[in-house]
Design a binder for this molecule. Structure first.
Ligand SMILES: [Cu+2]
Length: 156
């Protein structure tokens, strides 16, 4: 009767695997960085984040910029601006977009021009509901888009 025992063990493992994912898993899609012109000090990185369990984006780092912050676009008396936020909520299973109209990753004090066709390394730090941190390394392609972020250069 060894065979049924083995089957039970495999079934138990499968259940275990489903019930207890080892780590909260966050996927990143559509990441991109806006290309800069010479001597431009800052730019934005954008992406869509989907976490498997309730999490938040708490930190971003990149070797191309001295300062990296997460910003949120704001509208105050019809004037568009932006403010730094400490984290971005990533509800389980919900795709959260960092786009030019909402949250974005701000790359400030750029060390060099960011040119179309390059890949910008970004390190994303995701914290789950238990406070466990997960680090995601991604490479975001640089896209040249003429659409200027509103109020961007004034803010930084
Ligand atoms: Cu910003």
């Amino acid at each position: 009767m060894r065979y049924p025992t083995l089957k039970r063990t495999l079934a138990a493992l499968a259940v275990f695997g489903l019930a207890l994912p080892a780590f909260a898993d966050t996927s990143v899609t559509d990441a991109w960085v806006r290309a800069t012109v010479a001597h431009q000090q800052s730019t934005g990185a954008f992406m869509t984040l989907t976490a498997s369990s309730d999490s938040k984006l708490v930190d971003v780092q990149s070797p191309v910029a001295e300062i990296v912050q997460v910003h949120q676009m704001t509208m105050d008396n019809d004037v568009m601006g932006m403010k730094q936020v400490q984290s971005v909520e990533l509800p389980a299973g919900k795709a959260v977009s960092l786009d030019p109209n909402g949250y974005h990753v701000m790359l400030m004090k750029l060390k060099q021009q960011v040119k179309e066709g390059e890949q910008v390394p970004l390190t994303l730090v995701i914290e789950d509901a238990k406070g466990q941190k997960q680090t995601l390394e991604i490479k975001a392609p640089v896209r040249a888009l003429n659409a200027e972020m509103h109020g961007h250069e004034h803010m930084h």
